[in-house]
Design a protein around this ligand. Sequence first.
Ligand SMILES: Cc1ncc(COP(=O)(O)O)c(C=O)c1O
Length: 386
Amino acid sequence: MTNALAEQVIYLDYQSTTPTDPRVVEAMLPYLTDAFGNPSSRHAYGRQAADAVRIARRRFRALIGARFDSEVVFTSGATESDHLALTGIAHAFTGRRRHIITTAIEHKAVLTTCRRLAHHGVEVTEIPVDRDGLVNPADIAAAITPVTILVSVMHANNEIGTIQALAEIGQITRDHGVLLHTDAAQSLGSVRFDVDHLGVDLASFSSHKIYGPKGVGVLYVRHGSVRPIAQLHGGSQEHGLRAGTLNVPGIIGLGTAAGILAEERDHDAHRILALRNHLLERLRAAIPQMAVNGSLTRRLPGNLSVTIPGADAGQIIERLPGLAISTGSACDTGQPDPSHVLTALGLDKADARSTLRISLGRPTTTAEIETAARQLALAVHAILGG
Ligand SMILES: Cc1ncc(COP(=O)(O)O)c(C=O)c1O
């Protein structure tokens, strides 16, 4: 089936989700048809599925520099991985005073989970970010107390694309004997990620942000570090950390997507960065009052978050049926409040509502960028009467 929308709409919302790479789809197909075994079964069908899962796990493990297969725990996505990391570690320390440090710009999967834990007696500190959307590692160090058990800092932000100084934060957490979790759902597709270089004990990933299928993800759990307590109970899959029959086609897809990234990510990121910078130049020339949110140097190559004062982002999008772009984060669609990320940067409500997120990906072309820049400028000028 070809998607007729692709002929009519330029997709520039790759941070919301990515299309599944056709090579990934091809690798998955046998596991949706003939090779349907349950990897927990002892017979030939089960072994066939288990062998394929093993290969997928190795591919993913290699991509993030993990040492043991058992460190890669398959989940249903980054939301579940975040939940397992945070709630699972809080439960591992039940009975003691517990303090978790996180940041004001985390994805809601982390922030809401932390706030829930706070209702259950866990102390939570949310570290603010500067005007560039960056966390100061010294603020993390200063917030650590004798009862701190975990620091959770996202690698790259889903709205403004800023990349945190995780290796520096990892050094601080190691020096203090505190665990470090990162939500790396947004970074893995375009930025190198190595668990040892960054010093993380736990890391969340999502397949549908790296050209894999939806509904599958990973929690990396460092061998020898404190293990989270399982949040789903039943079978003993995933070394007892996540019960439930494995999503074999999804896992094969995720493993294949990881293998493609290992080969192509650097090249793609370079190309996407050049396109993003070209788009930025075009937009700056056409809309001089436009401001970019977040650091331009410590930023995902494919992300642009721009504020156009006085131009409501919802209105802009309504005028652009041929463009798929986002106001703030797609995961928050329908929420009346302005984005917590933009307000954490210091934007007022009006500016937060005049903010667009444009995100480029593997299939983005120069022609698409030219058209998008032209259409956006026209829509903004129509709204502002310029
Ligand atoms: C930073 C971040 N964390 C978590 C998620 C949720 O991931 P999933 O859809 O795999 O549950 C997203 C998705 O937008 C994200 O951007």
